[in-house]
Ligand binder design. Structure first.
Ligand code: ZN
Ligand code: ZN
Ligand code: ZN
Length: 242
């Protein structure tokens, strides 16, 4: 599971949320956010590692070097006990509303960015590809199955990431032949997308269909399959997919 952001240009009488200057010409907005930014701030300011917004003087620096804007910091999950509770709630919801249960439990671990990268290299020794940073991962090593989630993610992004990684754990048990990258990631995104709708977080769900994240076309592919096969048909297809 990874993160990315997106902007579109427009025009009106507003001021830049980052430097406060009046916006006279073209300016940028983030998908689904009310803030607008001037061209200088979009092109030169450091960005929030969670949402991609240009940082203002009010920002938080995490111990692993990431920076977070006030908006993301407001709902960020830093406390392992809070994270565990939210992980449990997310997992239970995915089990009850989508029926994706597991026979073998999955441990939960909250990790910082270097730890996540180290765990990733254990299971995948290819050099990291350029692209959105890793927000979570599912790993099976012998008897141990674990979901790692980056600490400090805003609440909804935390839940999206948990639902996505939980879907990979489900695939590990129920889709023994599955290799297809588009189906693997598309289905995991679909589980996260459905979880957002179930939570009533329609804007967060919409964002998954509007951003420029590399998983977006994969999610659209699986949504199309769901429209054709129905949810039950989609699960049946996934169980035998290669
Ligand atoms: Zn994934
Ligand atoms: Zn500005
Ligand atoms: Zn942010």
């Amino acid at each position: 599971m990874t993160m990315t952001n997106n902007h579109v240009a427009s025009a009106a009488h507003l001021s830049c949320a980052s430097c406060g200057q009046l916006l006279t010409g073209a300016y940028y907005v983030m998908i689904d956010r009310s803030e607008s930014y001037c061209v200088a701030c979009i092109t030169t300011r450091p960005r929030c590692d969670s949402c991609g917004a240009p940082l203002t003087t009010q920002s938080w620096r995490l111990h692993d070097g990431r920076s977070q804007c006030a908006h993301c910091h407001h709902t960020a999950i830093y406390d392992p006990a809070v994270a565990q509770q939210l992980y449990d709630e997310t997992m239970q919801a995915v089990i009850s509303h989508l029926g994706l249960s597991l026979k073998v439990g999955v441990e939960f671990r909250l990790a910082d960015a270097p730890t996540l990268q180290a765990v990733r290299r254990l299971s995948d020794d290819r050099p990291a590809e350029p692209g959105p940073p890793t927000l979570g991962l599912y790993q099976r090593q012998g008897h141990i199955r674990a979901i790692y989630i980056l600490y400090g993610l805003p609440r909804l992004l935390f839940r999206i990431t948990v639902a996505h990684e939980y879907a990979h754990a489900w695939q590990g048990e129920h889709c023994p032949l599955l290799q297809d990258h588009i189906l693997r990631e598309g289905f995991a995104e679909w589980v996260a997308y459905r979880h957002m709708l179930w939570l009533g977080a329609g804007r967060a769900a919409n964002r998954m269909l509007q951003g420029n994240h590399p998983y977006r076309p994969m999610l659209e592919h699986v949504l199309k399959m769901e429209a054709e096969l129905g949810t039950v048909g989609l699960f049946a297809y996934m169980r035998t997919a290669e």
